[in-house]
Design a protein around this ligand. Structure first.
Ligand SMILES: CC(=O)N[C@H]1[C@@H](OP(=O)(O)O)O[C@H](CO)[C@@H](O)[C@@H]1O
Ligand SMILES: [Mg+2]
Length: 542
């Protein structure tokens, strides 16, 4: 390791005194002004990871749905997955090391992880549209350069595009061409093939309004439009030409506030969707004839996709096991519908894509979605091989057709991570093929009214949870208090957990009516405030 280079560059990226960061659910996130040192050091860590895996590693500069002033960084492992958990600890230690200890920490990581320093390293970098991202790009480059790594800067890309690129690079193009053009070509071809028959039989004008959160999704959709059939007419709003990123718009805003974004006028029954700031999440919605807003979140997206896949599987007659993975935030009605009506096994994991992704890998076909709209479908190697073989060789026309559609889904969905563009295209294809309107999709089941709230406490680690975060183990008495509150309401469910991305406790409640869900959420918030060391204002009735 070139100590001179590390020292020289480290001095340019000094750590603010006393600042402690944690590589959490979504990498490091903070106000952009505090991140220079961490991002520089992640450039170095990526080089070590690349040397260890003898593969290209990705670095994405983004803070997703968080305010424009924030930023963040995420490392992407060789097959396009999130960074391995054991390396998250190295990331945290390296980011928090005092400057004079940076070299020692790097050396220790090399020892622990058997990193051969002579090995070459290649890092590919992407960033979102935040004004701070460009400067932070230089921090990454300095980090990569300090440890003698090579890099390729892909500039402005969506987070899932960078995951795709990493995977392509490390599979010698098997997953697709490792360029942004390759991404557009792969997805658009699959979309065209999947919808060919439907569109040619006269289904015209599938209009969709898309709120791009004033983020990178708008740029990339505009680039992609030329590759897509004209039957799909996309109308882009909040495209970043004015307005702040994620400000009163985007998937997270729409989901948590359960209302439409700014800057998008919705006529009755028009199909609309929102991406988040880095385009890895998507939610749909519409206004009915009475002007009531209807949200179609990740749970309903998972239901639509898994029922489509299940039908195709029945047609091909292969015994491939399909499973759906959710988190505790999944609406109770969705879980009930999937289990009881669709007869699909449903699993609940902790919050955070890596947990869902990991569980979904256990199935031949694993569909996972967080309620907030982050999700995808994973096909096991064996399932993919079988499907491609049937699509190629099967002599029964009906079976071959179904297999070909499954093959198109494999190519259309971004299996590396949740991807708003890819999810949107799959959803649009399914709605077109099935001839479903947005209202018909919404009517699959009725969501239980629910409410999410935040409570600020002195130390959020005082709350520890179990059972996929559905029950609180500490502080003493909190779970008992929640259990008592639940008895007051019908169809009630509630849980609390410390956020992994914000310094707060999240409260979730659902019940038989919106008024009751709001009441229950407030009462649980109060219990958290009282028993878990709340600070500031006491939670007030909603
Ligand atoms: C309730 C909720 O939406 N939580 C989000 C949020 O995590 P928290 O740990 O709840 O802050 O950000 C994560 C990263 O984007 C995302 O995976 C997760 O679903
Ligand atoms: Mg995001």
């Amino acid at each position: 390791m070139d100590l001179g280079a590390v020292t020289k560059f480290s001095a340019l990226h000094a750590k603010p005194d006393g600042l402690i960061l944690q590589y959490g659910t979504a990498g490091f996130r903070a106000k952009a002004a505090f991140l220079d040192h961490a991002i520089y050091r992640m450039g170095m860590l990526a080089v070590l990871r690349s040397k260890q895996k003898k593969a290209t590693i990705g670095i994405m500069i983004t803070a997703s749905h968080n305010p424009e002033e924030d930023n963040g960084v995420k490392l992407i492992d060789p097959l396009g997955e999130m960074l391995a958990v054991s390396w998250e600890e190295h990331a945290t230690r390296l980011a928090n090391a005092e400057e004079q200890n940076v070299h020692t920490v790097l050396t220790e990581i090399c020892h622990l992880e058997d990193v051969t320093l002579q090995q070459e390293a290649m890092i590919i970098i992407g960033r979102d549209t935040r004004p701070s991202s460009e400067k932070l790009l230089q921090s990454v480059i300095d980090g990569v350069t300090a440890l003698g790594g090579q890099y390729h800067d892909f500039g402005l890309v969506t987070t899932p595009q960078l995951h795709y690129l990493v995977c392509c690079q490390n599979t010698n193009g098997q997953y697709g061409k490792a360029t942004i053009e390759g991404y557009y070509q792969k997805l658009s071809k699959a979309f065209v093939d999947l919808t060919k028959q439907t569109f040619s039989s006269g289904h015209k004008n599938r209009a969709l309004k898309i709120d791009c959160a004033s983020g990178v999704g708008a740029l990339k959709l505009k680039e992609m439009e030329g590759y897509l059939p004209q039957e799909l007419s996309l109308h882009i709003f909040n495209d970043g030409t004015k307005g702040k990123l994620n400000d009163l718009c985007g998937a997270d805003y729409v989901k948590t506030h359960q209302k439409p974004p700014k800057g998008l006028e919705i006529k009755p029954n028009e199909r609309c969707c929102s991406f988040d700031g880095d385009a890895d999440r998507i939610v749909y919605y519409y206004n009915d004839a009475d002007g009531h807003f209807h949200l179609i979140d990740g749970d309903k997206i998972a239901t639509l996709i898994s029922s489509f896949l299940k039908e195709l599987l029945l047609e091909v007659g292969e015994n491939l096991k399909i499973g759906v993975v959710q988190t505790a935030y999944a609406n109770g009605s969705s879980t009930q519908y999937l289990e009881e009506i669709m007869k699909v096994p449903v699993y609940c994991t902790k919050t955070g894509v890596k947990h869902l992704h990991h569980k979904a890998q256990e199935f031949d076909i694993g569909v996972y979605f967080e309620s907030n709209g982050h999700g995808t479908v994973l096909f096991s190697k064996a399932a993919e091989k079988k499907i491609r073989q049937l699509a190629e060789e099967e002599t029964d026309e009906k079976i071959r057709k179904a297999a070909m559609m499954l093959e198109n889904v494999i190519d259309l969905i971004n299996q590396t991570v949740g991807d708003a563009i890819s999810d949107m295209l799959l959803i649009e294809a399914i709605l077109a093929v099935k001839g479903l309107s947005v209202q018909q999709w919404d009517a699959i089941y009725t969501d239980l009214p629910n409410r999410q709230l935040k409570v600020t406490v002195a130390d959020r680690q005082v709350i520890d949870t179990t059972d996929a975060e559905r029950r609180a183990v500490t502080p003493l008495g909190l779970q008992e208090a929640i259990d008592e509150l639940l008895k007051k309401y019908k169809l009630s469910r509630a849980f609390v957990r410390p956020s992994g991305t914000e310094d707060i406790i999240r409260v979730y409640a659902e019940a038989d009516s919106q008024v009751n869900a709001d009441r229950l959420a407030t009462e649980v918030s109060l219990a958290v405030f009282q028993l878990a060391g709340g600070v500031g204002e006491r939670p007030k009735p909603f």
